[in-house]
Design a protein around this ligand. Structure first.
Ligand code: PLP
Length: 391
């Protein structure tokens, strides 16, 4: 059976070149990069090269790159640092469609007495920029707004957001976990204070992340320990994974524009053909600027889990809008925030492509999905009339 993995916003295949680059650093070049002897020196040199490769992908300086354990740590660390550095400021401004790495940390902070302002989004998944401007006060310690949404692929107008935040003289962090390696980002031309990324979304392993900290930004470490990472993140570095991430960033840098064009063409064909072949569907976030690899479709009158399982049975791996993270049964907070009707949320499926997909994968999905939807609708307990009335 053909296997088609189109769940790359959940995680990606580690590139074979990345694995190869990492392997010597487990049992051959295993020194601690902080050691002064030759074992350490070689490792420190390779780690410095990896830092340069990550910096090059982002248009940053190597000294602005701090390795962390994951995207979640980077997100937590950015907000934590802002609150530590501005102890008199108690407000965090964010949106209600962020990843739980931000939302649940903010929930925790709220319980500790901080004020969290969650900006809402419209049906296209976009925030109101005037509302953003009005929500920033003298009490705001940081604004944290994601670059691109993991479920819908909707890209926020980060340049405009950044302008508003910086005009107010407030720290700006963006969770770019889903954007790095999928769209060009040149931080040398931007005014972003902190940015998070995660290795496993761009063909490096799970368990390695980065927090970019713009030169001159006041920073207090979230993990307090040794002087690693310029004193900004304690703990002996995860050397093989850092080196793997460096390689993944080098690969992404090399042919980013070409891959964006190729992946977007496949995504657009999938969207067009499924729209033509299957009635009663909505493209969630479809009118917004989106990541080139992401397609989130709401199939009315069917359950997303049922679609997912039928697709899985024919070798196609996707995500649903209702169990987007950690097997939760809760309907997607992102689609709910966009006002997507319950009937479409429950039948929402996310396809997310990568450099390892090809046109045959798209053909296969287009062949397999329409009969699955037709069959599920035939046996669906939801008649069209009842579902239309369920908002
Ligand atoms: N932020 C976004 C937008 C994500 O999609 C994810 C992971 O899905 C994270 C943060 C968390 O990254 P990690 O899994 O590396 O902790």
């Amino acid at each position: 059976m053909r296997k088609v993995y189109v769940d790359n916003n959940a995680t990606t295949r580690v590139a074979p070149e990345v694995v190869e680059e990492m392997l010597p650093f487990f049992s051959q070049d295993y020194g601690n990069p902080s050691s002064i002897h030759f074992f350490g020196g070689k490792v420190a040199q390779k780690m410095a090269e990896a830092r340069e490769k990550v910096a090059a992908l982002l248009g940053a300086e190597p000294t602005e790159i701090i390795f962390t354990s994951c995207g979640t740590e980077s997100d937590n660390a950015a907000i934590f640092s802002a609150l530590e550095n501005y102890p008199n400021k108690k407000q965090i401004v964010t949106t209600n469609v962020e990843h739980h790495a931000i939302l649940n940390f903010c929930k925790y902070l709220k319980e500790k007495g901080y004020l969290v302002t969650e900006l809402s989004v419209d049906q296209d998944g976009q925030i109101d920029l005037d509302e953003l401007r009005d929500s920033i006060t003298d009490d705001t310690a940081i604004v944290s707004i994601m670059y691109a949404n993991n479920e819908t692929g909707v890209i926020f107008p980060i340049d405009e957001i950044e302008k508003i935040v910086k005009e107010k003289g407030v720290l700006f962090h963006t969770d770019a976990v889903q954007a790095v390696g999928k769209v060009p980002i040149d931080l040398s031309k931007r005014n972003i204070d902190m940015l998070s990324l995660s290795g496993h979304k761009l063909h490096a392993p799970k368990g390695i992340g980065v927090l970019y900290i713009k030169k001159g930004t006041k920073f207090s470490p979230f993990i307090i320990g040794g002087e690693q990472e310029f004193g900004k993140r304690g703990g002996t570095e995860n050397v093989p994974y850092i080196i793997g991430l460096g390689k993944a960033c080098e690969i992404a840098s090399k042919d980013l524009e070409k891959e964006i064009t190729r992946i977007k063409a496949m995504r657009d064909r999938l969207e067009k053909e499924l729209t033509e072949k299957i009635p009663d569907i909505v493209i969630n976030g479809g009118r917004s600027n989106r990541l080139p690899n992401t397609l989130n479709i709401g199939f009315k009158y069917v359950e997303g889990e049922a679609i997912l399982l039928h697709l899985s049975n024919v070798g196609i791996a996707v995500s649903t809008g209702s169990a987007c993270s950690s097997g939760s049964e809760e309907p997607s907070h992102v689609l709910k925030a966009m006002g997507v009707p319950a009937s479409a949320i429950h039948g929402s499926i996310r396809f997310s492509l990568s450099r390892y997909n090809n046109e045959e994968d798209i053909d296969y999905i287009i062949e397999k999905l329409p009969p699955i939807i037709e069959k599920l609708r035939e046996i669906s307990p939801f008649s069209k009339t009842t579902m239309i009335n369920t908002k």
